[in-house]
Design a protein around this ligand. Structure first.
Ligand code: M6R
Length: 608
Protein backbone atom coordinates (compact mmCIF):
# COMPACT_ATOMS: atom_id res chain seq x y z
CA UNK A 1 0.00 0.00 0.00
CA UNK A 2 1.06 3.61 -0.41
CA UNK A 3 3.65 4.96 2.00
CA UNK A 4 4.76 8.48 2.85
CA UNK A 5 8.05 9.80 4.13
CA UNK A 6 8.94 13.47 4.62
CA UNK A 7 11.90 15.28 6.15
CA UNK A 8 12.67 18.76 7.41
CA UNK A 9 16.10 19.10 9.01
CA UNK A 10 19.86 19.58 8.76
CA UNK A 11 20.68 16.47 6.69
CA UNK A 12 20.16 15.93 2.98
CA UNK A 13 16.43 15.25 2.69
CA UNK A 14 16.80 13.05 -0.42
CA UNK A 15 19.00 10.49 1.35
CA UNK A 16 16.75 10.30 4.41
CA UNK A 17 13.60 10.01 2.30
CA UNK A 18 14.91 7.33 -0.08
CA UNK A 19 16.22 5.30 2.85
CA UNK A 20 12.90 5.73 4.67
CA UNK A 21 10.96 4.63 1.58
CA UNK A 22 13.09 1.50 1.41
CA UNK A 23 11.88 0.56 4.86
CA UNK A 24 8.31 0.87 3.56
CA UNK A 25 8.99 -1.31 0.50
CA UNK A 26 7.52 -4.39 2.13
CA UNK A 27 4.09 -2.75 2.16
CA UNK A 28 3.96 -3.25 -1.61
CA UNK A 29 4.09 -0.53 -4.29
CA UNK A 30 4.43 -0.11 -8.01
CA UNK A 31 5.97 3.35 -8.43
CA UNK A 32 7.80 5.88 -6.30
CA UNK A 33 8.86 9.51 -6.27
CA UNK A 34 10.32 12.35 -4.24
CA UNK A 35 10.19 16.14 -4.24
CA UNK A 36 12.88 18.18 -2.52
CA UNK A 37 13.11 21.94 -2.17
CA UNK A 38 16.42 23.05 -3.66
CA UNK A 39 17.96 26.53 -3.87
CA UNK A 40 15.99 27.48 -6.97
CA UNK A 41 12.95 25.24 -7.22
CA UNK A 42 11.16 22.08 -6.16
CA UNK A 43 12.97 19.17 -7.82
CA UNK A 44 10.90 16.05 -8.38
CA UNK A 45 11.96 12.64 -9.59
CA UNK A 46 9.72 9.61 -10.12
CA UNK A 47 10.10 6.06 -11.31
CA UNK A 48 7.87 3.13 -12.15
CA UNK A 49 8.86 -0.14 -10.49
CA UNK A 50 11.23 -0.73 -7.61
CA UNK A 51 13.06 1.97 -5.65
CA UNK A 52 16.38 0.96 -7.27
CA UNK A 53 15.08 2.71 -10.37
CA UNK A 54 14.42 5.88 -8.40
CA UNK A 55 17.93 5.66 -6.98
CA UNK A 56 19.37 5.35 -10.49
CA UNK A 57 17.53 8.52 -11.51
CA UNK A 58 18.78 10.22 -8.37
CA UNK A 59 22.41 9.17 -8.97
CA UNK A 60 22.41 10.66 -12.45
CA UNK A 61 20.59 13.73 -11.20
CA UNK A 62 21.55 14.38 -7.53
CA UNK A 63 19.17 16.60 -5.59
CA UNK A 64 20.28 18.41 -2.48
CA UNK A 65 17.96 20.13 -0.05
CA UNK A 66 16.78 20.03 3.55
CA UNK A 67 13.03 19.76 3.12
CA UNK A 68 11.27 17.15 1.06
CA UNK A 69 8.63 14.47 0.69
CA UNK A 70 8.57 10.99 -0.82
CA UNK A 71 6.06 8.30 -1.65
CA UNK A 72 5.66 4.70 -2.70
CA UNK A 73 2.43 4.24 -4.66
CA UNK A 74 0.19 1.18 -4.89
CA UNK A 75 -2.14 2.12 -7.75
CA UNK A 76 -5.79 2.78 -6.94
CA UNK A 77 -6.94 5.65 -9.21
CA UNK A 78 -5.27 5.36 -12.60
CA UNK A 79 -2.64 3.07 -14.12
CA UNK A 80 0.90 2.53 -12.95
CA UNK A 81 2.82 5.26 -14.78
CA UNK A 82 4.92 8.35 -14.11
CA UNK A 83 1.95 10.74 -14.46
CA UNK A 84 0.05 8.96 -11.71
CA UNK A 85 3.08 8.42 -9.44
CA UNK A 86 3.42 10.80 -6.47
CA UNK A 87 4.45 13.49 -5.59
CA UNK A 88 1.86 15.56 -7.44
CA UNK A 89 2.47 19.24 -8.11
CA UNK A 90 0.35 22.25 -8.99
CA UNK A 91 0.78 23.47 -12.57
CA UNK A 92 3.27 26.20 -11.54
CA UNK A 93 5.41 23.49 -9.87
CA UNK A 94 5.51 25.49 -6.65
CA UNK A 95 3.56 23.15 -4.36
CA UNK A 96 4.22 19.42 -4.08
CA UNK A 97 2.20 16.83 -2.22
CA UNK A 98 2.22 13.13 -1.31
CA UNK A 99 -0.95 11.35 -0.24
CA UNK A 100 -1.89 8.05 1.35
CA UNK A 101 -5.60 7.19 1.34
CA UNK A 102 -8.62 7.65 -0.89
CA UNK A 103 -10.62 10.85 -1.54
CA UNK A 104 -14.26 9.93 -2.11
CA UNK A 105 -15.40 13.31 -3.48
CA UNK A 106 -12.43 13.96 -5.77
CA UNK A 107 -14.53 13.94 -8.97
CA UNK A 108 -16.80 16.74 -7.71
CA UNK A 109 -13.78 18.77 -6.61
CA UNK A 110 -12.03 18.11 -9.92
CA UNK A 111 -15.06 19.36 -11.85
CA UNK A 112 -15.17 22.48 -9.69
CA UNK A 113 -11.47 23.16 -10.30
CA UNK A 114 -11.78 22.51 -14.03
CA UNK A 115 -14.46 25.20 -14.15
CA UNK A 116 -11.86 27.53 -12.60
CA UNK A 117 -9.48 26.66 -15.45
CA UNK A 118 -7.36 24.00 -13.72
CA UNK A 119 -5.89 21.27 -15.96
CA UNK A 120 -5.02 17.80 -14.70
CA UNK A 121 -2.15 15.61 -15.83
CA UNK A 122 -3.00 12.45 -13.90
CA UNK A 123 -5.99 10.26 -13.19
CA UNK A 124 -5.42 10.38 -9.44
CA UNK A 125 -7.53 11.74 -6.62
CA UNK A 126 -4.28 13.16 -5.20
CA UNK A 127 -3.70 15.72 -7.94
CA UNK A 128 -7.06 17.27 -7.02
CA UNK A 129 -5.76 17.94 -3.49
CA UNK A 130 -2.66 19.79 -4.62
CA UNK A 131 -4.62 21.86 -7.15
CA UNK A 132 -7.12 22.75 -4.45
CA UNK A 133 -4.26 23.88 -2.19
CA UNK A 134 -3.04 26.01 -5.09
CA UNK A 135 -6.54 27.47 -5.42
CA UNK A 136 -6.61 28.52 -1.77
CA UNK A 137 -2.96 29.55 -1.54
CA UNK A 138 -2.28 33.22 -0.88
CA UNK A 139 1.16 33.04 0.72
CA UNK A 140 0.22 30.98 3.80
CA UNK A 141 0.67 27.25 3.13
CA UNK A 142 -0.80 26.09 6.44
CA UNK A 143 -4.04 28.01 5.80
CA UNK A 144 -4.32 26.77 2.23
CA UNK A 145 -3.84 23.15 3.32
CA UNK A 146 -6.36 23.59 6.10
CA UNK A 147 -8.99 25.07 3.78
CA UNK A 148 -8.36 22.19 1.40
CA UNK A 149 -8.62 19.33 3.88
CA UNK A 150 -11.88 20.72 5.18
CA UNK A 151 -13.30 20.11 1.69
CA UNK A 152 -12.08 16.50 1.46
CA UNK A 153 -14.28 13.50 2.12
CA UNK A 154 -12.31 10.30 2.61
CA UNK A 155 -9.09 9.15 4.16
CA UNK A 156 -5.76 10.85 3.87
CA UNK A 157 -2.31 11.34 5.30
CA UNK A 158 -0.56 14.19 3.52
CA UNK A 159 2.92 15.66 3.29
CA UNK A 160 3.11 19.08 1.60
CA UNK A 161 5.98 21.38 0.66
CA UNK A 162 5.98 24.72 -1.12
CA UNK A 163 8.66 26.71 -2.91
CA UNK A 164 7.56 30.03 -1.39
CA UNK A 165 7.95 28.57 2.13
CA UNK A 166 11.19 26.63 1.55
CA UNK A 167 11.86 25.86 5.20
CA UNK A 168 8.44 24.36 5.93
CA UNK A 169 6.89 20.90 5.85
CA UNK A 170 3.17 20.43 6.48
CA UNK A 171 1.63 17.10 7.54
CA UNK A 172 -2.05 16.20 7.97
CA UNK A 173 -3.78 13.04 9.09
CA UNK A 174 -7.34 11.78 8.74
CA UNK A 175 -8.00 8.03 8.93
CA UNK A 176 -4.57 7.11 7.55
CA UNK A 177 -1.59 6.69 9.86
CA UNK A 178 1.01 9.40 10.17
CA UNK A 179 3.85 9.38 12.67
CA UNK A 180 6.34 12.15 13.40
CA UNK A 181 9.89 11.31 14.46
CA UNK A 182 11.88 13.88 16.46
CA UNK A 183 15.52 13.27 15.51
CA UNK A 184 18.46 15.42 16.63
CA UNK A 185 18.90 16.75 13.13
CA UNK A 186 15.22 17.40 12.37
CA UNK A 187 11.73 16.00 11.82
CA UNK A 188 10.71 12.91 9.86
CA UNK A 189 7.12 12.14 9.00
CA UNK A 190 6.13 8.65 7.92
CA UNK A 191 3.24 6.27 7.50
CA UNK A 192 5.18 3.87 9.67
CA UNK A 193 7.61 3.57 12.48
CA UNK A 194 9.98 1.48 10.33
CA UNK A 195 11.24 4.51 8.41
CA UNK A 196 11.74 6.53 11.57
CA UNK A 197 13.32 4.05 13.98
CA UNK A 198 16.81 4.27 12.48
CA UNK A 199 16.87 8.00 13.17
CA UNK A 200 15.09 8.30 16.49
CA UNK A 201 12.80 6.52 18.93
CA UNK A 202 11.05 9.76 19.96
CA UNK A 203 7.73 9.98 18.21
CA UNK A 204 4.33 11.61 18.09
CA UNK A 205 1.37 9.66 16.68
CA UNK A 206 -0.84 12.16 14.88
CA UNK A 207 -4.56 11.79 15.44
CA UNK A 208 -7.36 12.26 12.95
CA UNK A 209 -8.01 15.81 11.82
CA UNK A 210 -4.68 17.11 13.05
CA UNK A 211 -2.32 19.25 11.03
CA UNK A 212 1.34 19.82 11.82
CA UNK A 213 3.85 22.43 10.73
CA UNK A 214 7.60 21.76 10.88
CA UNK A 215 10.30 24.31 10.26
CA UNK A 216 14.01 24.15 9.49
CA UNK A 217 14.68 26.40 12.48
CA UNK A 218 13.75 23.32 14.58
CA UNK A 219 10.31 24.56 15.61
CA UNK A 220 7.04 22.70 15.20
CA UNK A 221 3.35 23.12 15.95
CA UNK A 222 0.34 20.82 15.95
CA UNK A 223 -3.18 22.18 15.32
CA UNK A 224 -6.73 20.90 15.09
CA UNK A 225 -8.90 21.90 12.13
CA UNK A 226 -10.00 25.06 14.00
CA UNK A 227 -6.36 26.09 14.02
CA UNK A 228 -6.20 25.80 17.81
CA UNK A 229 -2.68 24.80 18.75
CA UNK A 230 -2.57 21.41 20.50
CA UNK A 231 -0.03 19.85 22.84
CA UNK A 232 1.18 16.41 21.73
CA UNK A 233 3.07 14.08 23.96
CA UNK A 234 6.40 12.88 22.54
CA UNK A 235 6.57 9.15 23.24
CA UNK A 236 9.70 7.03 23.50
CA UNK A 237 9.26 3.84 21.52
CA UNK A 238 10.28 0.54 22.97
CA UNK A 239 11.83 -0.55 19.66
CA UNK A 240 15.26 -0.40 18.14
CA UNK A 241 16.92 -0.93 14.77
CA UNK A 242 16.98 -4.72 15.34
CA UNK A 243 13.18 -4.81 15.39
CA UNK A 244 13.19 -4.04 11.70
CA UNK A 245 16.38 -5.87 10.71
CA UNK A 246 16.48 -9.44 9.43
CA UNK A 247 18.77 -10.36 12.33
CA UNK A 248 20.82 -12.81 10.28
CA UNK A 249 17.84 -14.54 8.63
CA UNK A 250 17.59 -14.66 4.87
CA UNK A 251 14.05 -13.30 4.90
CA UNK A 252 11.72 -11.52 7.28
CA UNK A 253 9.20 -14.34 6.90
CA UNK A 254 11.64 -16.89 8.29
CA UNK A 255 12.76 -14.51 11.03
CA UNK A 256 9.15 -13.90 12.03
CA UNK A 257 8.31 -17.62 12.02
CA UNK A 258 11.27 -18.17 14.35
CA UNK A 259 10.23 -15.28 16.60
CA UNK A 260 6.99 -17.04 17.54
CA UNK A 261 8.15 -18.88 20.68
CA UNK A 262 9.48 -15.64 22.21
CA UNK A 263 6.54 -13.57 21.02
CA UNK A 264 4.07 -15.98 22.66
CA UNK A 265 6.15 -16.21 25.83
CA UNK A 266 6.30 -12.40 26.12
CA UNK A 267 2.61 -12.04 25.51
CA UNK A 268 1.71 -14.65 28.11
CA UNK A 269 4.07 -12.97 30.59
CA UNK A 270 2.26 -9.67 30.00
CA UNK A 271 -1.25 -11.06 30.18
CA UNK A 272 -1.02 -13.86 32.76
CA UNK A 273 0.20 -12.46 36.04
CA UNK A 274 0.64 -14.70 39.10
CA UNK A 275 -1.30 -17.43 37.33
CA UNK A 276 -4.29 -15.14 36.65
CA UNK A 277 -5.42 -13.68 33.32
CA UNK A 278 -4.98 -9.91 33.31
CA UNK A 279 -6.33 -8.16 30.24
CA UNK A 280 -5.95 -4.74 31.81
CA UNK A 281 -7.89 -2.89 34.47
CA UNK A 282 -10.18 -1.19 32.01
CA UNK A 283 -11.13 -4.43 30.27
CA UNK A 284 -14.75 -5.62 30.08
CA UNK A 285 -16.11 -6.32 33.55
CA UNK A 286 -18.08 -9.45 34.49
CA UNK A 287 -21.29 -7.34 34.38
CA UNK A 288 -20.50 -6.09 30.87
CA UNK A 289 -19.66 -9.60 29.63
CA UNK A 290 -22.87 -11.00 31.05
CA UNK A 291 -24.78 -8.38 29.04
CA UNK A 292 -23.39 -9.61 25.70
CA UNK A 293 -25.99 -11.65 23.88
CA UNK A 294 -24.09 -11.98 20.62
CA UNK A 295 -20.41 -12.21 19.77
CA UNK A 296 -19.03 -11.37 16.35
CA UNK A 297 -15.43 -11.73 15.18
CA UNK A 298 -14.67 -9.74 12.05
CA UNK A 299 -11.37 -9.70 10.12
CA UNK A 300 -9.63 -10.40 6.81
CA UNK A 301 -7.18 -13.02 5.56
CA UNK A 302 -5.03 -14.63 8.20
CA UNK A 303 -6.63 -12.58 10.98
CA UNK A 304 -10.00 -13.98 9.85
CA UNK A 305 -8.62 -17.51 10.20
CA UNK A 306 -7.49 -16.69 13.74
CA UNK A 307 -11.08 -15.66 14.44
CA UNK A 308 -12.47 -18.86 12.91
CA UNK A 309 -10.19 -20.99 15.08
CA UNK A 310 -10.93 -18.99 18.23
CA UNK A 311 -14.66 -19.44 17.68
CA UNK A 312 -14.33 -23.08 18.77
CA UNK A 313 -12.63 -22.12 22.04
CA UNK A 314 -14.94 -19.19 22.86
CA UNK A 315 -18.07 -21.23 22.19
CA UNK A 316 -16.85 -24.20 24.17
CA UNK A 317 -15.49 -22.22 27.13
CA UNK A 318 -18.40 -19.80 27.45
CA UNK A 319 -21.40 -21.54 25.91
CA UNK A 320 -21.99 -18.37 23.84
CA UNK A 321 -22.51 -18.54 20.09
CA UNK A 322 -19.90 -16.78 17.96
CA UNK A 323 -20.37 -15.49 14.43
CA UNK A 324 -17.15 -15.03 12.42
CA UNK A 325 -17.33 -12.82 9.33
CA UNK A 326 -14.98 -11.70 6.59
CA UNK A 327 -14.82 -7.92 7.03
CA UNK A 328 -15.33 -7.17 3.34
CA UNK A 329 -18.55 -9.23 3.38
CA UNK A 330 -19.83 -7.99 6.72
CA UNK A 331 -21.42 -4.87 5.29
CA UNK A 332 -23.49 -6.83 2.78
CA UNK A 333 -24.79 -9.44 5.20
CA UNK A 334 -27.87 -8.98 7.28
CA UNK A 335 -26.55 -7.84 10.62
CA UNK A 336 -27.89 -8.89 13.96
CA UNK A 337 -25.73 -6.38 15.77
CA UNK A 338 -27.08 -4.21 18.56
CA UNK A 339 -26.05 -2.73 21.91
CA UNK A 340 -25.90 -6.22 23.41
CA UNK A 341 -23.32 -7.36 20.85
CA UNK A 342 -19.60 -7.71 21.39
CA UNK A 343 -17.87 -7.15 18.03
CA UNK A 344 -14.21 -8.25 17.98
CA UNK A 345 -11.98 -6.95 15.19
CA UNK A 346 -8.70 -8.73 14.54
CA UNK A 347 -5.93 -7.10 12.52
CA UNK A 348 -2.14 -7.14 12.45
CA UNK A 349 -1.84 -3.68 10.91
CA UNK A 350 -4.89 -2.04 12.45
CA UNK A 351 -5.22 -0.23 9.12
CA UNK A 352 -7.13 -2.74 6.96
CA UNK A 353 -9.81 -0.68 5.22
CA UNK A 354 -12.45 -3.44 5.14
CA UNK A 355 -12.03 -4.18 8.84
CA UNK A 356 -12.11 -0.48 9.71
CA UNK A 357 -15.33 -0.02 7.76
CA UNK A 358 -16.92 -3.00 9.49
CA UNK A 359 -15.87 -1.49 12.83
CA UNK A 360 -17.48 1.80 11.90
CA UNK A 361 -20.66 -0.05 10.90
CA UNK A 362 -20.74 -2.08 14.14
CA UNK A 363 -20.33 1.12 16.16
CA UNK A 364 -23.22 2.73 14.30
CA UNK A 365 -25.32 -0.25 15.41
CA UNK A 366 -24.23 0.38 19.02
CA UNK A 367 -22.09 -2.76 19.43
CA UNK A 368 -19.34 -2.79 22.07
CA UNK A 369 -16.10 -3.09 20.11
CA UNK A 370 -12.79 -4.76 20.87
CA UNK A 371 -9.74 -4.55 18.58
CA UNK A 372 -7.03 -7.22 18.66
CA UNK A 373 -4.17 -5.48 16.92
CA UNK A 374 -0.40 -5.66 16.60
CA UNK A 375 0.54 -2.19 15.26
CA UNK A 376 0.38 0.19 18.17
CA UNK A 377 -1.50 3.45 17.76
CA UNK A 378 -2.92 2.31 14.44
CA UNK A 379 -6.30 3.64 13.32
CA UNK A 380 -8.25 0.65 14.64
CA UNK A 381 -6.84 1.13 18.13
CA UNK A 382 -8.23 4.66 18.19
CA UNK A 383 -11.69 3.64 17.03
CA UNK A 384 -12.48 0.56 19.11
CA UNK A 385 -13.81 0.75 22.69
CA UNK A 386 -11.13 -1.65 23.97
CA UNK A 387 -7.81 -2.77 22.56
CA UNK A 388 -5.66 -5.85 23.12
CA UNK A 389 -2.17 -5.69 21.61
CA UNK A 390 -0.29 -8.70 20.21
CA UNK A 391 3.07 -7.18 21.22
CA UNK A 392 4.91 -9.34 18.70
CA UNK A 393 6.98 -6.48 17.24
CA UNK A 394 6.80 -5.20 13.67
CA UNK A 395 5.70 -7.88 11.22
CA UNK A 396 7.38 -6.97 7.96
CA UNK A 397 6.88 -9.96 5.69
CA UNK A 398 3.62 -9.68 3.77
CA UNK A 399 2.78 -13.23 4.85
CA UNK A 400 1.44 -13.00 8.37
CA UNK A 401 2.90 -15.56 10.79
CA UNK A 402 3.76 -14.32 14.27
CA UNK A 403 0.77 -11.98 14.26
CA UNK A 404 -1.47 -15.01 13.65
CA UNK A 405 -0.20 -17.06 16.59
CA UNK A 406 -0.23 -14.08 18.96
CA UNK A 407 -3.75 -13.14 17.82
CA UNK A 408 -4.75 -16.70 18.69
CA UNK A 409 -3.16 -16.44 22.13
CA UNK A 410 -5.12 -13.25 22.85
CA UNK A 411 -8.35 -14.80 21.61
CA UNK A 412 -7.79 -17.87 23.82
CA UNK A 413 -7.09 -15.62 26.80
CA UNK A 414 -10.20 -13.64 26.01
CA UNK A 415 -12.23 -16.89 25.88
CA UNK A 416 -10.83 -17.96 29.25
CA UNK A 417 -11.35 -14.51 30.79
CA UNK A 418 -14.96 -14.53 29.64
CA UNK A 419 -15.46 -18.06 30.94
CA UNK A 420 -14.07 -16.99 34.31
CA UNK A 421 -16.32 -13.94 34.47
CA UNK A 422 -19.37 -15.91 33.36
CA UNK A 423 -18.54 -18.78 35.66
CA UNK A 424 -18.70 -21.31 32.81
CA UNK A 425 -15.29 -22.89 33.55
CA UNK A 426 -13.94 -23.85 36.93
CA UNK A 427 -10.83 -22.17 38.32
CA UNK A 428 -8.94 -25.46 38.01
CA UNK A 429 -9.92 -25.91 34.39
CA UNK A 430 -8.81 -22.36 33.55
CA UNK A 431 -5.52 -22.96 35.33
CA UNK A 432 -4.94 -26.18 33.39
CA UNK A 433 -5.56 -24.35 30.09
CA UNK A 434 -3.15 -21.57 31.10
CA UNK A 435 -0.53 -24.15 32.07
CA UNK A 436 -1.00 -25.78 28.69
CA UNK A 437 -0.56 -22.46 26.86
CA UNK A 438 2.75 -21.96 28.66
CA UNK A 439 4.09 -25.17 27.09
CA UNK A 440 3.40 -23.94 23.54
CA UNK A 441 6.59 -21.86 22.94
CA UNK A 442 8.84 -24.83 23.73
CA UNK A 443 6.80 -27.10 21.48
CA UNK A 444 6.97 -24.62 18.61
CA UNK A 445 10.76 -24.52 19.04
CA UNK A 446 10.86 -28.31 18.68
CA UNK A 447 9.13 -28.03 15.29
CA UNK A 448 11.40 -25.18 14.20
CA UNK A 449 14.46 -27.31 14.91
CA UNK A 450 13.34 -29.63 12.12
CA UNK A 451 13.31 -26.90 9.52
CA UNK A 452 15.39 -28.84 6.96
CA UNK A 453 12.64 -31.42 6.75
CA UNK A 454 10.31 -28.73 5.42
CA UNK A 455 12.90 -27.67 2.87
CA UNK A 456 12.75 -31.24 1.50
CA UNK A 457 8.97 -31.24 1.34
CA UNK A 458 9.10 -27.90 -0.48
CA UNK A 459 11.37 -29.46 -3.10
CA UNK A 460 8.67 -32.07 -3.71
CA UNK A 461 5.91 -29.45 -3.95
CA UNK A 462 7.63 -26.73 -5.92
CA UNK A 463 6.62 -27.91 -9.39
CA UNK A 464 3.01 -28.73 -8.55
CA UNK A 465 0.23 -26.83 -10.27
CA UNK A 466 -2.03 -27.37 -7.28
CA UNK A 467 -1.61 -28.45 -3.68
CA UNK A 468 -4.63 -29.18 -1.50
CA UNK A 469 -5.02 -28.87 2.25
CA UNK A 470 -7.60 -30.83 4.17
CA UNK A 471 -8.88 -31.23 7.73
CA UNK A 472 -12.03 -31.33 9.84
CA UNK A 473 -13.42 -28.80 12.34
CA UNK A 474 -10.60 -26.76 13.87
CA UNK A 475 -8.16 -28.56 11.56
CA UNK A 476 -10.14 -27.37 8.54
CA UNK A 477 -9.70 -23.75 9.64
CA UNK A 478 -5.95 -24.30 10.17
CA UNK A 479 -5.90 -25.94 6.74
CA UNK A 480 -7.40 -22.76 5.29
CA UNK A 481 -4.60 -20.75 6.87
CA UNK A 482 -2.00 -23.23 5.53
CA UNK A 483 -3.50 -22.94 2.06
CA UNK A 484 -3.54 -19.13 2.16
CA UNK A 485 0.09 -19.04 3.29
CA UNK A 486 1.23 -21.43 0.58
CA UNK A 487 -0.64 -19.73 -2.24
CA UNK A 488 0.35 -16.18 -1.36
CA UNK A 489 4.09 -16.80 -1.25
CA UNK A 490 4.52 -19.71 -3.70
CA UNK A 491 1.85 -18.71 -6.30
CA UNK A 492 0.85 -22.39 -6.49
CA UNK A 493 -2.90 -22.87 -6.70
CA UNK A 494 -3.89 -24.05 -3.22
CA UNK A 495 -7.25 -24.79 -1.68
CA UNK A 496 -8.41 -26.18 1.62
CA UNK A 497 -11.17 -28.77 1.65
CA UNK A 498 -13.19 -29.86 4.65
CA UNK A 499 -12.31 -33.56 4.72
CA UNK A 500 -15.95 -34.57 4.98
CA UNK A 501 -16.79 -32.49 1.91
CA UNK A 502 -14.27 -34.19 -0.40
CA UNK A 503 -16.78 -36.78 -1.55
CA UNK A 504 -19.26 -34.07 -2.44
CA UNK A 505 -17.26 -32.84 -5.39
CA UNK A 506 -13.62 -31.97 -4.81
CA UNK A 507 -12.39 -35.57 -4.87
CA UNK A 508 -12.94 -35.44 -8.64
CA UNK A 509 -9.73 -33.39 -8.82
CA UNK A 510 -7.61 -36.13 -7.24
CA UNK A 511 -5.31 -38.31 -9.35
CA UNK A 512 -1.84 -39.77 -8.99
CA UNK A 513 -0.20 -36.39 -9.51
CA UNK A 514 -2.07 -34.75 -6.62
CA UNK A 515 -0.31 -33.69 -3.45
CA UNK A 516 -2.38 -33.10 -0.33
CA UNK A 517 -1.39 -31.73 3.07
CA UNK A 518 -3.68 -33.05 5.80
CA UNK A 519 -3.98 -31.68 9.33
CA UNK A 520 -5.18 -34.09 12.03
CA UNK A 521 -5.08 -32.85 15.61
CA UNK A 522 -8.57 -33.29 17.05
CA UNK A 523 -9.49 -36.22 19.24
CA UNK A 524 -13.09 -36.49 18.05
CA UNK A 525 -12.39 -36.16 14.30
CA UNK A 526 -8.99 -37.86 13.89
CA UNK A 527 -10.35 -41.28 13.00
CA UNK A 528 -12.78 -39.91 10.45
CA UNK A 529 -10.16 -37.77 8.75
CA UNK A 530 -7.76 -40.74 8.68
CA UNK A 531 -10.40 -42.64 6.70
CA UNK A 532 -10.66 -39.70 4.30
CA UNK A 533 -6.92 -40.07 3.73
CA UNK A 534 -7.57 -43.65 2.56
CA UNK A 535 -10.07 -42.33 0.04
CA UNK A 536 -7.46 -39.92 -1.24
CA UNK A 537 -4.59 -42.42 -1.48
CA UNK A 538 -6.94 -44.86 -3.23
CA UNK A 539 -7.15 -42.23 -6.01
CA UNK A 540 -3.38 -41.87 -6.17
CA UNK A 541 -2.81 -38.77 -4.01
CA UNK A 542 0.44 -38.33 -2.06
CA UNK A 543 -0.31 -37.06 1.42
CA UNK A 544 1.83 -35.16 3.92
CA UNK A 545 0.08 -35.33 7.28
CA UNK A 546 0.66 -32.79 10.04
CA UNK A 547 -0.53 -34.55 13.17
CA UNK A 548 -0.06 -35.14 16.87
CA UNK A 549 -1.49 -38.68 16.69
CA UNK A 550 0.40 -41.93 16.47
CA UNK A 551 -2.10 -43.74 14.30
CA UNK A 552 -1.59 -46.61 11.86
CA UNK A 553 -4.24 -45.52 9.34
CA UNK A 554 -2.58 -42.12 9.21
CA UNK A 555 0.90 -43.66 8.81
CA UNK A 556 -0.18 -46.11 6.11
CA UNK A 557 -1.82 -43.41 4.05
CA UNK A 558 0.83 -40.72 4.39
CA UNK A 559 3.86 -40.23 2.21
CA UNK A 560 5.24 -38.38 5.19
CA UNK A 561 3.98 -37.81 8.73
CA UNK A 562 4.95 -34.47 10.27
CA UNK A 563 4.58 -34.99 14.01
CA UNK A 564 4.15 -32.37 16.69
CA UNK A 565 3.63 -32.68 20.43
CA UNK A 566 0.09 -33.42 21.58
CA UNK A 567 -1.73 -30.51 23.21
CA UNK A 568 -5.33 -29.59 24.08
CA UNK A 569 -7.42 -29.80 20.90
CA UNK A 570 -8.36 -26.10 21.06
CA UNK A 571 -4.72 -24.99 21.11
CA UNK A 572 -3.44 -27.43 18.48
CA UNK A 573 -3.53 -24.83 15.65
CA UNK A 574 -0.71 -22.96 17.44
CA UNK A 575 1.46 -25.98 16.62
CA UNK A 576 -0.04 -27.43 13.45
CA UNK A 577 0.26 -24.08 11.66
CA UNK A 578 4.06 -23.99 12.10
CA UNK A 579 4.82 -26.77 9.55
CA UNK A 580 2.35 -25.08 7.18
CA UNK A 581 4.21 -21.75 7.54
CA UNK A 582 7.58 -23.42 6.95
CA UNK A 583 6.34 -25.41 3.94
CA UNK A 584 5.02 -22.16 2.43
CA UNK A 585 8.30 -20.36 3.10
CA UNK A 586 10.57 -23.03 1.64
CA UNK A 587 8.31 -23.61 -1.38
CA UNK A 588 8.42 -19.91 -2.18
CA UNK A 589 12.19 -19.97 -1.80
CA UNK A 590 12.53 -23.07 -3.99
CA UNK A 591 10.52 -21.35 -6.72
CA UNK A 592 12.77 -18.30 -6.60
CA UNK A 593 9.98 -15.95 -5.51
CA UNK A 594 10.30 -12.68 -3.66
CA UNK A 595 9.31 -14.33 -0.36
CA UNK A 596 8.73 -11.20 1.73
CA UNK A 597 7.04 -9.20 -1.01
CA UNK A 598 4.88 -11.59 -3.04
CA UNK A 599 3.59 -10.20 -6.31
CA UNK A 600 0.40 -8.08 -6.29
CA UNK A 601 0.15 -8.06 -2.50
CA UNK A 602 0.52 -5.32 0.06
CA UNK A 603 1.19 -5.64 3.76
CA UNK A 604 -1.54 -3.31 4.92
CA UNK A 605 -4.56 -3.27 2.63
CA UNK A 606 -5.78 0.27 3.14
CA UNK A 607 -8.27 0.29 0.27
CA UNK A 608 -11.57 -1.60 0.04
O1 M6R B 1 -3.39 -6.23 8.86
P1 M6R B 1 -4.49 -7.25 8.86
O2 M6R B 1 -4.26 -8.36 9.82
O3 M6R B 1 -5.85 -6.63 9.03
O4 M6R B 1 -4.45 -7.89 7.42
C1 M6R B 1 -5.41 -8.83 7.02
C2 M6R B 1 -4.97 -9.55 5.78
O5 M6R B 1 -4.77 -8.63 4.74
C3 M6R B 1 -3.68 -10.34 6.00
O6 M6R B 1 -3.82 -11.27 7.03
C4 M6R B 1 -3.28 -11.08 4.72
O7 M6R B 1 -4.23 -12.07 4.42
C5 M6R B 1 -1.88 -11.65 4.82
N1 M6R B 1 -1.17 -11.42 3.60
C6 M6R B 1 -1.88 -13.11 5.09
O8 M6R B 1 -0.60 -13.63 5.20
Amino acid sequence: MCGIVGYCGKKNATDIIIHGLKNLEYRGYDSAGISVITKDSIKTIKSVGKLDKLEEVYKSNPIKGNVGIGHTRWATHGNVNLENAHPHLNSKNTISLVHNGVIDNYLELKEELEKEGYKFKSKTDTEVIVQLIDFYYNGNLLNAVLKTVKRLVGSYALGVVCNDNPSELIAVRNNCPLIVGFAEDGFIISSEISSIIENTNKVVYMDNKEIAQFNLNNTYKFFNYNLDEIEKEIETMDLNKDSISKNGFEHYMLKEIFEQPDAIRNLLDKRVINGKINLGESFFTAEEIKEFEKIYIIACGTAFHAGEIAKFAIQNFTGRQVQVEIASEFNYNQKFVDDKTLAIFVSQSGETADTLLALEEAKKLSAKTLAIVNAQNSTMTKQADKVMYCYCGPEISVASTKAFTTQLILLYLLALDMAEKLGTLSEDKIKSYLDELKTIPERISEILERKDNFRNIAEELKNQESVFYTGRGIDFTTAKEGALKLKEVSYIHTEAFASGELKHGSIALIDDSTKVIAIISQEHTAKKTAINLEELTARGASIYTITDFDDNTIKQNSKEVIKFARTTDFFAPLLSVIPAQLIAYYTSLARGNDVDKPRNLAKAVTVE
